[in-house]
Design a protein around this ligand. Structure first.
Ligand SMILES: Cc1cc2nc3c(=O)[nH]c(=O)nc-3n(C[C@H](O)[C@H](O)[C@H](O)COP(=O)(O)OP(=O)(O)OC[C@H]3O[C@@H](n4cnc5c(N)ncnc54)[C@H](O)[C@@H]3O)c2cc1C
Length: 368
């Protein structure tokens, strides 16, 4: 090893680096970054090794018979499970997971405090990495109810930051609850879509949807962000997001549908807002979720299926537990009237979507 650096604090010089190891990232920006890092290191004669870690199966590891990527979830998940059944290493521990004693040794140094790094204390409780087996077993019955604090795993933030191995969780889910396993496969699916169709980062997966004439009313957008649309499930969800950095999946679907279909605001505005607020933000899953809700993605519900936020409220929060938790002024004159009438918004959405899609099919784009 070369003599220690003279910069007075721990630092790395190229002469100390013999090779670089990293996990693969499938976001377009990250791919470009990793290419540049690899080229830079290559110019210094230093090899760069990238490995799969973020997902179970990446890119084209689960592909159609002709080698092309799946674009529909159900056949993808079937092929995913077949592949996992044949390949016992799919869920195996990586050797690196038990080799922490071989990490590069450094002299002890004190960690800077959060405050000196510019962070402020928050009342947020970080979800546990260990989820009781019973919660996973009951997942199919509990996952749709936003008022249930323990109806879902709350593991998203751990997968996002790599503080829990996706292989470990999939290994446990296999045989325990197929509905839960399917959710983990959705995560792989969206990462696979982003890796194979990087254009979805900026465009609708179905190009004809990029001709929709969005209204993009800034005042409506502000009301949506603040949880003041007058639709309680939408408002409760947005307030939960603003206060905690988390929103229940059922409510994510409803607020996303509401923004793109009821308010006719470009789904990319909402996607961006989620990216700023969600602690479990993941470009692939967020983009996939938004495109699904707006009707323009892979596997999307047809655009003429429009969630009724009031009916969703009645079905999934019948006792108003979730809405009263997040909207203390509900039922008082302080709570706003609906920003738009549901029936009117529905008809308007159908007309605007239909016209946009027809334009798009004729090759017009960018009506935004
Ligand atoms: C508009 C919209 C935006 C979304 N944005 C994100 C995002 O930025 N990051 C993110 O991880 N998920 C996103 N999702 C998916 C889903 O809402 C969250 O993964 C889930 O709510 C996280 O809570 P949980 O960990 O309790 O999930 P659980 O219900 O316990 O599910 C377990 C895990 O499965 C995965 N998963 C579950 N549902 C989905 C799904 N539909 N798509 C992809 N993976 C899924 C997640 O990794 C999740 O942690 C979004 C969904 C929608 C509709």
């Amino acid at each position: 090893m070369a003599s220690p650096p003279r910069c007075g604090k721990p630092c790395l010089t190229p002469s100390l680096i013999t090779s670089v190891y990293a996990n693969r990232d499938y976001e377009p920006y990250a791919r470009q970054r990793d290419r540049e890092v690899m080229e830079f290191l290559g110019s210094k004669g230093i090899p760069f090794h990238a490995y799969k870690d973020h997902v179970i199966f990446e890119e084209l590891e689960v592909a159609k018979g002709d080698g092309s990527p799946y674009t529909v979830f159900t056949p993808y998940s079937k092929a995913w499970k077949e592949r996992a059944q044949k390949d016992i290493t799919a869920f195996a521990h990586y050797p690196s997971e038990s080799l922490t004693h071989r990490f590069f040794p450094t002299a002890p140094f004190s960690m800077p405090s959060w405050e000196t790094l510019g962070f402020q204390p928050e009342a947020f409780t970080f979800p546990d990495r260990v989820v009781p087996e019973q919660r996973i077993r009951a997942y199919g019955e509990t996952r749709d109810y936003p008022w249930m604090a323990e109806g879902t795993s709350r593991l998203g933030v751990h997968f996002r930051f790599g503080t829990l191995s996706i292989r470990e969780k999939a290994r446990k889910a296999w045989g325990l609850n197929e509905i839960f396993l399917n959710e983990l496969i959705w995560r792989d699916f969206y990462a696979m879509i982003l890796a194979n169709f990087p254009r979805v980062e900026k465009q609708a997966f179905r190009p004809e949807y990029d001709s929709i004439a969005w209204l993009n009313d800034e005042r409506d957008f502000e009301k949506w962000k603040a949880g003041k649309t007058g639709y309680p499930l939408v408002d409760a969800g947005m307030r939960q997001l603003n206060a905690t950095g988390y929103m229940h999946n059922r409510v994510r679907m409803v607020v996303a549908s509401f923004l793109s279909k009821h308010l006719l605001i470009d789904w990319r505005w909402g996607e961006q807002y989620f990216a700023e607020k969600l602690l479990d933000f993941d470009l692939a899953s967020n983009n996939g979720g938004w495109q699904w809700a707006a009707g323009c993605g892979t596997d999307a519900a047809p655009y003429f299926r429009i969630f009724n936020p009031t009916a969703q409220q009645a079905k999934f929060d019948a006792k108003e537990i979730y809405l009263r938790k997040w909207i203390p002024e509900f039922g008082t004159p302080d709570y706003p009237a609906p920003v738009v009438d549901h029936g009117y918004a529905r008809t308007r959405c159908l007309e605007v979507y239909k016209a946009g899609i027809e334009l798009g099919k004729k090759g017009f784009s960018g009506a935004r």
